[in-house]
Design a protein around this ligand. Structure first.
Ligand SMILES: Nc1nc2c(ncn2[C@@H]2O[C@H](COP(=O)(O)OP(=O)(O)O)[C@@H](O)[C@H]2O)c(=O)[nH]1
Ligand SMILES: [Mg+2]
Length: 319
């Protein structure tokens, strides 16, 4: 058994091993998970969570690393969570990221963690917010969450961030892909990276046009800015940081930040509750309550909907 209060105290002091241990407890769905989350609850809620998404190779890790440097210069403690929902392996795509992140390896003000979800999207929805909470409680003021864009999962990740950054690059056919993936609805900020390459202006123009098409904004509404960067050289990163700070301030001013966090917490509770319920129902196969209900359906005494209601009611009562 892990001494949770001690571990949390050490994480609060910024000890990386304690943070790593806590995230492992979360990832592994440890029996002590509930104790961990209860201990963290009063400590979390201070971090600004930024999600970065986009196709593989667009420059998310390079941008993340450059943003870490920029935030460090601003004196902020930073956490990085690299999530790869597409990969069943924990290495692979994330390996290159480690190299890109190695600049920050010796900086005690930065905590970096990779997470692979072994193909389970539901696992991501469930584990990532808990890992974010660990980093938050450990005193990270900014948490950057990098996800490989694979359709639905990036929308899911976007729903876990305060601000969503969508990255594109010229010549990747990203414009059309973006529209398809519904990416135009999730970005609070768009970055056209690899601006050192031909076509960056065209990509930015196309994006600007597409963003304008669906426009029905009123005065005071947020208009997602488009920033061009050369992340590999750190160019434009300061502008990205400024745009992030602006969006953060705008959200705080208009109650959007609180609203997003409530919606996020609600979804989290929903996910946990549904998972718990499903587990209980799953373990009911061969249970005599289920057998009895099934018999009544066969006998024409009960319809399956009424039986399901009865089953769910019974499950929550016995909890
Ligand atoms: N030319 C150019 N290459 C870049 C730029 N930013 C990143 N790259 C390169 O693009 C490749 C993919 O970058 P990476 O950050 O791993 O992309 P990710 O898969 O989205 O995380 C790497 O070889 C980077 O060095 C840039 O601004 N310009
Ligand atoms: Mg990457």
């Amino acid at each position: 058994m892990v001494d949770v209060p001690e571990l949390v105290a050490q994480a609060r002091e910024g000890r990386p091993r304690a943070v790593a241990r806590l995230i492992s407890l979360v990832e592994g769905a440890s029996p002590q998970l509930r104790e961990v989350m209860a201990a963290l609850a009063p400590l979390a809620g201070n971090a600004y969570v930024v999600g970065l998404t986009g196709s593989p190779g667009v420059g998310k890790s390079t941008s993340t690393s450059a943003l870490v440097s920029a935030y460090r210069r601003a004196g902020k403690r930073v956490g990085v969570l690299a999530v790869d929902p597409s990969s069943p392996f924990s290495g692979g795509a994330l390996l290159g990221d480690r190299v890109r992140m190695s600049d920050h390896a010796s900086d005690p003000g930065v905590y970096i963690r990779s997470m692979a979800t072994r193909g389970h999207l539901g696992g991501l929805a469930w584990a990532a917010p808990q890992a974010i909470r660990v980093l938050d409680a450990a005193g990270c003021e900014v948490i950057l969450v990098e996800t490989v864009g694979v359709g639905q999962s990036e929308v899911e990740i976007a729903s876990q961030a305060d601000t969503s950054v969508v990255l594109l690059a010229p010549g990747m056919g990203d414009g059309i892909q973006a529209a398809k993936a519904g990416i135009l609805e999730i970005g609070d900020l768009y970055v056209v990276n690899k601006a050192d390459r031909d076509g960056a202006d065209a990509t930015a123009r196309e994006l600007n046009h597409m963003l304008g098409l669906g426009e029905s904004r009123g005065p005071g509404d947020w208009r997602p800015p488009i920033v061009k960067t050369v992340a590999a050289r750190g160019e434009g990163i300061e502008e990205v940081l400024q745009a992030l700070e602006k969006h953060h301030a705008w959200m705080a001013e208009h109650g959007v930040l609180a609203e997003r966090r409530r919606a996020r917490a609600a979804r989290e509770v929903e996910t946990i509750a549904v998972t718990a319920l499903r587990e209980r129902i799953g373990s009911l196969h061969g249970d005599r309550r289920l057998d009895a209900l099934a018999q009544r359906i066969v006998d024409g005494e009960l319809d399956p909907y009424a039986a399901a209601d009865e089953l769910v009611a019974g499950l929550t009562e016995s909890a």
